[in-house]
Design a protein around this ligand. Sequence first.
Ligand code: URA
Length: 254
Amino acid sequence: MLKLYLSYAKLLNFYKIAGVNIALSKTPMNRFSPTKTKKSNRANIETPIKKAQQAAGQAQTLEELKCNLQKFNECQLKFTAKNTCFSDGTPGSALMLIGEAPGRYEDIQALPFVGLSGHLLNRMLSAIGLQREQVYIANTIPWRPPGNRIPTLMEIEVCRPFIHRQIELACPKILVALGGQAAKFLTGAKEGILRIRGKWYVYQTTTGLKIPVMPTLHPAYLLRTPSLKKLAWQDFLMVKMWLHHAGELNKKNT
Ligand code: URA
């Protein structure tokens, strides 16, 4: 009993030092209880995701989707970013490339891949005979994370319905995932990008459409590790072959 009294006394002393001078409720509440934390976390996550699913699902065209995304206020990244980076290139192209999240220049111009990695991406495309205007480009996350930090799981999940719908509406014949995050997102693979790159995967839309995906190295990674450019070149050659065999390479739009 004395032991218990002493530990209460210690706790009260701790409260005093910490500046606690008022009780918020008559009954104590364990805010660290696993069931409580789990339930409230789940509610915190589920509501924005449901709202995202609704906003994305209602869009019947890419224009409507862009508009719904610009009105969507459930992802905190939107409030630190300058602009929403929806897409660049030509919707309806056979090839759609998907990156991770906008960087500084993308945020300023409201367009994906317009900074240094975008310049390299343009060169990679032209090496397989494609201009930027002949492909469609987007990111898994449409807002720049502050300081280019890695997006949190919550941010990825809230943006997920929008990029899924964007793929569905753009309806490309083939997808290229630029970097590990986009590759995991599109393929569901758990391994790192160096293991999964260069192999075909299948992405399935909610409407059941199956689209081949080629994961490859992110241009920003290639700028830091130029010795690996040869691997991305091999991946892009496979994409070129696919487009060639599908009769998509010399079409006006791709
Ligand atoms: N990196 C990305 O993944 N996307 C961009 O738009 C720019 C850099």
